[in-house]
Design a binder for this molecule. Structure first.
Ligand SMILES: *[C@@H]1O[C@H](CO)[C@@H](O)[C@H](O)[C@H]1NC(C)=O
Ligand SMILES: *[C@@H]1O[C@H](CO)[C@@H](O)[C@H](O)[C@H]1NC(C)=O
Ligand SMILES: *[C@@H]1O[C@H](CO)[C@@H](O)[C@H](O)[C@H]1NC(C)=O
Length: 380
């Protein structure tokens, strides 16, 4: 009896403590003081999806074990993240001092003051083009992700009032966009479904089309008061276990066409970053060179403590376990920290940790014109 009472008291004491902590955070947000990062708004594809696809009728799902097996916050249960642990978005937020992960826009929990920590709009299978990923039936493309941010934008106005909301979003929030890989992998390079596009557009025309759409999407975010942007370029998609398996490559080889397309796109993305820095007054766009970073991990994997940069830790099929996505019946490697790739498409948490650190602290060969710590501390 006494123990029960004491437990009840403990619980309510804990609840009061949490309430006080929330109030202090709330007060500092409302008064607009504090200069650290307030919020991280995450846009993109499965590389940074934190569970939006759990709420969609879609063929692209990651809320099945053993995905998430190393994700501490869920006790190793799947969350919808397409990796064994934290995504690059989670890790960058942590490194920059955020105490909460940005929650998925579609989660019922993403309401009230929780959105002041940021919101994640990313969706497995999504791309810059609306039609990208239609093989999965449902996914959130970038146009829709921006529409959703417009909803969040209005909610933040209601929470903080228009003046504070504008200041919070422009000065204390970072907007990261990790998208583009699916526009190649699940659109342009897909036999059958993409035949129309590939017949009507050359690779350069297709890349220009992507960049033009992205320009409109980023400008829309700017009109909604986003000012600090991170643009991730497309990684070496010709080196993922899936591509290496279906093309029957050897261990140290990568498929040329996907990598060439990524490189073309990345060149134009750099031009776009420079153009927007010049034309969108008061905004800072930072370009994350994910391509070179991941290529370095793949080429010199042993130097970073990895045992394999070609095999998926979790997956099945072919020489690199690269055909069947990670799920309960897949084989799984014994030491997950020794693989660059978690599954046929996505890096492991061990690789994500290295990538995130470099984005936060790295030099201009990795992230330009400044790294993410500098972007966070930039006074606009
Ligand atoms: C939503 O919040 C409840 C209660 O705090 C928690 O148990 C649940 O895990 C949360 N769900 C998600 C998807 O985060
Ligand atoms: C994509 O779909 C959205 C919403 O349905 C629409 O507003 C937008 O114009 C479309 N974008 C393109 C490039 O077709
Ligand atoms: C946001 O939504 C409003 C309607 O509520 C619309 O007028 C405005 O054009 C939208 N902004 C963007 C950038 O989509």
């Amino acid at each position: 009896m006494w123990m029960l009472q004491s437990m009840a008291m403990k619980k309510s004491f804990y609840e009061v403590l949490v309430m006080i902590m929330l109030l202090v955070k709330w007060a500092s947000v409302v008064s607009g003081d504090g200069h650290g990062l307030g919020a991280s708004f995450i846009f993109g594809d499965s590389l940074v999806d934190a569970g939006n696809n759990n709420y969609l009728p879609t063929l692209s799902k990651a809320n099945i074990p053993p995905n998430g097996i190393d994700f501490k916050a869920s006790g190793g249960n799947p969350t919808g993240r397409y990796t064994n642990g934290r995504t690059i978005g989670d890790l960058v937020g942590e490194e920059l001092g955020l105490t909460n992960y940005a929650t998925p826009f579609l989660s019922p929990n993403t309401t009230g003051s929780a959105i002041l920590n940021g919101v994640n709009y990313a969706s497995g299978g999504g791309g810059i083009m609306n039609q990208t990923g239609r093989i999965f039936v449902n996914r959130l493309g970038m146009d829709i992700q921006v529409d959703y941010f417009n909803i969040t934008r209005k909610q933040i106005n209601q929470l903080l009032g228009p003046a504070k909301a504008k200041e919070y979003l422009s000065k204390r929030s970072i907007f990261s966009i990790t998208i583009g890989a699916n526009d190649f992998l699940n659109n342009y390079l897909l036999p059958v479904l993409s035949i129309g596009e590939r017949l009507s557009e050359t690779p350069d025309q297709f890349v220009d089309h992507l960049i033009n759409n992205l320009r409109i999407q980023l400008t829309r975010l700017y009109t909604l008061d986003a000012r600090k942007f991170v643009l991730g370029n497309v990684g070496p998609i010709g080196c993922i276990p899936y591509q290496k398996t279906i093309n029957q490559l050897n261990e140290g080889e990568c498929v040329k066409l996907p990598n060439d397309l990524a490189a073309r796109y990345n060149g134009k993305l750099k031009d776009l970053m420079e153009e927007l820095n010049e034309n969108l007054h008061g905004a800072t766009f930072v370009l994350a060179n994910v391509y070179d970073l991941v290529m370095e991990l793949i080429t010199n994997y042993a130097k970073y403590g990895f045992k394999s940069a070609s095999k998926a830790c979790c997956g099945n099929g072919g020489q690199f376990q690269g055909i069947i996505p990670c799920g309960p019946t897949s084989s799984m490697c014994s030491d997950r920290s020794k693989y660059v790739f978690w599954d046929p498409y996505h890096p492991s948490e061990a690789a994500n940790i290295i990538i995130a650190k470099k984005l936060v602290e790295g030099d201009t060969s990795i992230i330009q014109p400044m790294n993410l710590r500098q972007l966070r501390d930039l006074r606009l």
